[in-house]
Design a protein around this ligand. Structure first.
Ligand SMILES: NC(=O)c1ccc[n+]([C@@H]2O[C@H](COP(=O)([O-])OP(=O)(O)OC[C@H]3O[C@@H](n4cnc5c(N)ncnc54)[C@H](OP(=O)(O)O)[C@@H]3O)[C@@H](O)[C@H]2O)c1
Length: 469
C-alpha cells in the first residue's frame, strides 16, 4: 500500500523531531476509553430538566462521556444543510421505530431549529412505549455574524426559543449543546462574505454589538464569555458548550482565558486526518471531537477513488458474512470513527438511509481490526486528496464459451454496455471485475440470444462462468 501524506504528517509529529513537540500518532491509536454503550440516557450531571423523570432504557447506542461528566450520543443526524421541508420528516424518521438516533446537529444560521423541535415531537409520538421519557440531544451553533458578547447572547436566546416546542414536551428531555460555529469570518473562504453579511443582519443584532468582522481576534472571546455564562446560569439548561472549525491557535487561546473549557470541537473530517497537533491537543485536554463531511465526497462519489472504494466494499462484504444484517461501505467509514470515540452527524435526505446511518445499525458493525482501521484511513484519505490508492482488489471471472462463439459485454450503470471480448467456442476469457458487476453474453451469430450474469463472488475470489447459449 502506498504511504500517503497523512502518514508522513503523523510520522513527523510522532517522531522525535527537534523543535516539534512529541504527540500521539493517529487519532485511533489512543483508544476510545470514554466510549460507552449507552445506558445513561438522561443521566446528565448538570441538565436539570430530566431530573426526577423516569429514565428510558438505551443499551444499543454508543455514547461518550464529555469532560463535564455528561453523556452524549456518538451517532447523530446532521440537518444543518437539509432543505427545510425535509427537516421534521427526517428528524421524526430518525427517532421513530427506535433506530436509537438521539442527537441532531443544526445551527442558528440554518434557521431550522423550530423544525428540529417539530420533528422531535412528531418522532416521539411514534416511539414505542408511550409512557417513556426520551432524551434527545440537539447540537446547535452560533454563527460568525453573532460573534461578540451581546450578539451571542441573542443567538443563544433565539435558539432556545426555537427549540421551546420540544423542550415543553413532557415526553422529551432535550439536552442542548451550543458551539461557536466559526472563530471568525475568513475573507479567503469563498462562500464567506464578511462585510456583506453584516449589512444583512437584523437591526436588533447590529445594534447589540460591534460588527465581529472588524475585530476578528477578539469577537469570539466575547462570545465564549457569553456561552460560559449561559452554561453556568440557571436561565438555560445547557448540556455542554464547545466550538467548531477552531484551529489549534484558537484552542490554546481559549485555554488561557476561559473559565469553562470547550467540551466539544466539531471539525471537518479532514482535520482529523491531517491535523494531528490539533487532535493531540483535544485528546490531552479532554475536548471531544465530532466530525462532519464524513460521507460527502467519499461515499457520494465512488468514482473519485475507485480503488479505495473497492477496499471499503471488501471490508463491508467481509463483515456482512459475519453479520445478520448486510454492512455497507458507508457504515464501515462511520463505524471506523464511532469505534474510536469520534462522534458523527451524517446528513441524509433519504428516509431509506436513516436506518443505515442509525446508532442502532452502527452499533452492530463488528470491531474493525488494526489493519482494517489503517485501510479505512487510507481510503478516506484517498477520497479527500483525490489521489487514489495504488492497489486495487478484484474478483477474477473466467468466462467459458461452451456452446457458441460469444460476445462478452459489461453493463454500465446508465444502462449502456461496453464490449469486453469475443470468445471463440471452446475457448475462455479472464476478466478482473468486482462483486455485483453485471455482464451480458451474446450468441455471436444471433444478438437476440443472450444471457445475463451478475458477479456473485467476493473480492479475492475466482469464479467460472460457462456460457451455454
Ligand atoms: N460545523 C460546520 O461548520 C459544519 C459544516 C458542514 C456540515 N455540518 C453538519 O454536518 C452535517 C452533515 O453534513 P456534511 O456536509 O458533513 O455531509 P455528509 O454527512 O458528509 O454527507 C452528506 C451526503 O452523503 C450522502 N449520504 C448520506 N448517507 C449515505 C449513505 N449511507 N451512503 C452513501 N451516501 C450517503 C447524502 O446523500 P443523500 O441525501 O442522498 O442520502 C449526502 O449527499 C450537516 O447536516 C451539518 O449539520 C457542520
Amino acid at each position: 500500500m502506498r504511504r500517503r501524506s497523512f502518514l508522513s504528517v503523523a510520522l513527523v509529529v510522532c517522531g522525535l523531531v527537534p523543535g516539534i513537540q512529541e504527540v500521539s500518532c493517529q487519532f485511533w491509536s489512543r483508544g476510545a476509553k470514554d466510549v460507552e454503550k449507552g445506558d445513561a440516557e438522561g443521566g446528565s450531571q448538570k441538565g436539570v430538566k430530566g431530573e426526577g423523570k423516569p429514565k428510558s432504557s438505551s443499551r444499543d447506542h454508543p455514547e461518550v462521556k464529555l469532560s463535564n461528566g455528561n453523556m452524549m450520543p456518538l451517532v447523530g443526524l446532521g440537518v444543518g444543510n437539509l432543505q427545510h421541508y425535509m427537516v421534521p420528516l427526517m428528524v421524526a424518521g430518525a427517532i421513530q421505530d427506535d433506530k436509537k438516533t438521539r442527537l441532531f446537529d443544526t445551527s442558528h444560521i440554518s434557521d431550522n431549529e423550530h423544525l428540529v423541535a417539530e420533528g422531535i415531537n412528531q418522532g416521539i409520538e411514534r416511539v414505542l412505549g408511550q409512557d417513556r421519557i426520551v432524551t434527545i440531544h440537539v447540537v446547535t451553533k452560533v454563527w460568525y455574524t453573532y460573534l461578540g458578547y451581546e450578539r451571542t447572547k441573542i443567538s443563544i436566546r433565539e435558539s432556545f426559543e426555537s427549540l421551546k416546542e420540544a423542550m415543553d414536551n413532557p415526553r422529551v428531555d432535550v439536552k442542548v449543546h451550543i458551539l461557536l460555529h466559526w472563530p471568525r469570518c475568513y475573507e479567503n473562504i469563498s462562500w464567506m462574505s464578511c462585510s456583506e453579511d453584516e449589512t444583512r443582519m437584523p437591526d436588533h443584532v447590529r445594534s447589540a454589538g460591534p460588527p465581529p468582522h472588524e475585530d476578528k481576534d477578539n469577537a469570539w472571546k466575547g462570545s465564549w464569555k457569553a456561552l460560559e455564562e449561559a452554561y453556568l446560569s440557571d436561565e438555560y439548561s445547557i448540556e455542554s458548550i464547545g466550538v467548531a472549525n477552531f484551529h489549534l491557535k484558537d484552542m490554546k487561546e481559549i485555554k488561557e482565558s476561559a473559565t469553562v473549557q470547550p467540551h466539544i470541537l466539531q471539525i471537518n473530517v479532514w482535520s482529523l486526518l491531517y491535523d494531528p497537533l490539533l487532535m493531540d491537543y483535544c485528546h490531552k485536554h479532554g475536548v471531544h471531537v465530532q466530525v462532519y463531511n464524513v460521507l460527502n465526497g467519499i461515499l457520494t462519489d465512488p468514482e473519485r477513488a475507485p480503488n479505495a472504494y473497492h477496499h471499503l466494499q471488501k471490508i463491508a462484504s467481509d463483515f456482512s458474512e459475519e453479520n445478520i444484517e448486510e454492512i455497507t461501505p458507508a457504515q464501515v467509514v462511520l463505524a471506523w470513527l464511532v469505534q474510536h470515540g469520534v462522534s458523527i452527524v451524517p446528513r441524509t435526505s433519504r428516509l431509506s438511509r436513516l436506518q443505515e446511518n442509525s446508532a442502532l445499525a452502527l452499533s452492530s458493525v463488528p470491531a474493525l481490526s488494526d489493519s482494517q482501521v489503517e485501510l479505512v484511513a487510507h481510503s478516506v484519505e484517498a477520497f479527500l486528496s483525490g489521489d487514489d490508492l495504488e492497489e486495487d482488489i478484484h474478483v477474477k471471472v473466467t468466462f467459458h464459451a461452451t456452446t457458441k462463439d460469444t460476445f462478452l459485454y459489461w453493463n454500465r450503470h446508465d444502462g449502456g454496455e461496453v464490449r469486453v471480448a469475443f470468445i471463440k467456442q471452446g475457448e475462455s476469457f479472464n476478466e478482473m471485475t468486482y462483486p455485483n458487476h453485471s455482464f451480458r453474453l451474446y450468441d455471436a451469430r444471433n444478438k437476440d440470444h443472450f444471457i445475463e450474469y451478475r458477479v456473485a463472488a467476493k473480492f479475492g475470489e475466482h469464479e467460472h462462468v460457462h456460457a451455454e447459449l
